[in-house]
Structures are given as C-alpha cells and as structure tokens.
Design a protein around this ligand. Sequence first.
Ligand SMILES: NC(=O)c1ccc[n+]([C@@H]2O[C@H](COP(=O)([O-])OP(=O)(O)OC[C@H]3O[C@@H](n4cnc5c(N)ncnc54)[C@H](O)[C@@H]3O)[C@@H](O)[C@H]2O)c1
Length: 366
Amino acid sequence: MASSTPNQTPIESCLVIGGCGFLGSAIVTSLLSKHPKCRITAADIRLTNQLSNSNVTYVTVDITDLGSITSVVENAKPQVVIHTASPVHGLGREIYMKVNVDGTKNVVKACESTGVKVMVYTSSAGVVYDGSPLINVDETEPFPIVPYDSYNESKAIAETVALEANGSNGMLTTALRPAGIFGPGDRQVVPGFINVAKNRQTQWQLGNNTNLFDFTYIDNLAIAHILAASVLLHQQSTTGVTDPSVDQKKHLDGTSIFITNGQPVYFWDFAKAIWCHYGVYDAGSIVLSRNMGLVIAGLAETFSKLMGREPGLTRFRVKFSCAHRYFDIRKAKELLGYEPEVSLTEGLRRCIEWFKAEEEKAAEKK
Ligand SMILES: NC(=O)c1ccc[n+]([C@@H]2O[C@H](COP(=O)([O-])OP(=O)(O)OC[C@H]3O[C@@H](n4cnc5c(N)ncnc54)[C@H](O)[C@@H]3O)[C@@H](O)[C@H]2O)c1
C-alpha cells in the first residue's frame, strides 16, 4: 500500500511529446480518464495511433529541431510537458545522441522559454545498468562508469539534462525510470518473446532461470507519469523547488524515480507465461549456461555479419536474459502514491488478448 496520498493539482493542459508512441498514447488515454477536463496536445514525428476526442489535438514535431519544438510548445501553452520521445532500442549511437540528448536539450529550452510549470521526462531503468546484477537497487545507485550501450548512455545524459533544468524559470522537473514496459501496442518486449515461439525456439533456455527481472504494465506506467505531473504541479504552486541538498529519496523535483510493477519474476517464467498462450507448455527443455550462450551468440553474430543477416541470438540478448534486474519502488509509492493497479498476470492476459486480436485481423486481411 502507498504510505500516504501526496497532494495533487488537477492538470488543465498537457503536451505529450512522443504522444503517438506506445507509452505516449497510453498517457493520452489515461489523462482523458483521470483528468477529463485536461486539454491535451499529442506531438510526434509520426502521427499514428490517433484518438478521436475533442480534448486531444495532434501535431507533428521533430524534437531535434529547436524551432519545431518551440513553436509546438508556444502554440499548446501547456502547464505540463511529458516527454516520452525516443528512437527504439538497437540503433546506432549517432541517432540516440541526436534525438535523446540534443532533442531533450531542445525540449528543455522550449519549456524554459515558454513558462511551462512542470516537465516529466521518461528515462529508463537501464541508465544504471552495465551488465552487473541489479538487485533491488534504488535511486542512490550511480550511473555506471561504462554504460551498457549507447541507448542507455544517451538516456542517462538526457535524464541529467532534464533534471538539471529543475528550478529554471520556476519549472519543476522529474525523470521516471521504467523497466521492461509491456502491454497492448508493445513493439519491443512481448513481440520478441512471441517471435521466439513462432520460430519454434522455445526449447532453448539461457542460464538457470534464477535471475529476477522487473517488467512494467503500460497503464501503470502511464498513471505514474500523470501522478508525477500532478504532484509536481501542486508543489510548483505551493513550496516550489526543493533545496537540492535535501536527501534525494525525499523529494521528486530534480530527481529520478524507478517505476516497475513491483513484482520481480524469474526471467524465463515471464517468457513461459507468454508461450503458454501460444500452445507451448514444455519450453526450456535445453538449458545452455550463460558462458556457452555467449560463445554461440558470438559465432552467430560473426556468421550473420558474413551473410549480411540479422543474428537471432546476440551476446546482448544472452547477457540480458541471464541478468538480475529489479528495482526498489518505495520512492514511487511514497512520493507519488503509486500503486500498480494492473498485476503482471492481468497485464499479460490483456496484452496477449490484444496481440491475438491483431493477428486475427491481419489473417482476415490476407
Ligand atoms: N519500451 C520499453 O521497454 C522502455 C523501457 C524503458 C524506457 N523506455 C522509454 O520510454 C519512452 C517511450 O518508449 P515507447 O516504448 O513508447 O517507444 P515508442 O517508439 O513506441 O514511442 C516513442 C515515440 O517517440 C517518437 N519520436 C522519435 N523520435 C522523435 C523525434 N525526433 N521527435 C518527435 N518524436 C519522436 C516516435 O515516433 C514514437 O512515437 C522512451 O523514452 C523510451 O526510451 C521504454
């Protein structure tokens, strides 16, 4: 249970950047239900997933262009900006530095110059990951000296940019760090597992499945963003910016906060729960050790490079699926009153139902 309900102010106007993405569109939907009077602008480089609702306006923006994002913020005049935009995982360093780092600097500049009161940045739990086990870590965990990859490196720099803007022109900022977002519309986590089932590769298990892992159901995360915005909005109009010397676990503005479902599970148990819905009940009959997996993945990567193909197994995937990665979300519960409303089991049920319906629609079109 959340220890207390923090004071909140209703959100009257909000700009959701990346508002057509998986998370951005879930935030728009949750805003409509939690703050029905809120005037919402959803801005994205690609306008997809649009809702038909008179409270929502969709606009095109490219955050790598300062003029583009400034004019969107000027026209929307939002109290709150929720910045979720990012390229997907698995691309090159240049694009991450351009969109996540330079783009976030542009978003901050646009917010500062137009009097935005609150900015919530979607960071990632991966910013503290370097391949070492993360066992119930909290927000005191430092960034690693060597980041795991350029995506996480760019997310850490962008998070710092967002948090350093706290107090600038009276604006309060925070950064939410979700882990393994899944749900209807997911393009990364659950589709990866479904493809393994479709490729009939579920017999392979990497590692001994003693590693606990955190996942986050999309609607829980969307609500966490809205809670963060309305708690900060209240603070902005009352006490204002917190003295940065105060213990960072005791305040939201200028600090980061982990968000998960608060239900760590053994990595392969999550995969097996998905595969059961695809008729696979005997997954993981062949267990490969992490070291053996790394050797095979190294060979697969070399072979695929020679053949000009994408490898099915990579060293990144081996390390990831054998890693301990779970987080302490007490700060979210205490400072946001966050309580995951949708359990992992219910979230998976809703997610699989959605994927099956999409598959049926695709089959009907053929
Ligand atoms: N999916 C996960 O498991 C996960 C985990 C941790 C953190 N995150 C973070 O959560 C956020 C949302 O992720 P998602 O899964 O919804 O991804 P997504 O790809 O569905 O959404 C991101 C949106 O950003 C938009 N975008 C990209 N470049 C842009 C640009 N230059 N200008 C404007 N818009 C641009 C995209 O068009 C897309 O709609 C991201 O910041 C991501 O880093 C995701």
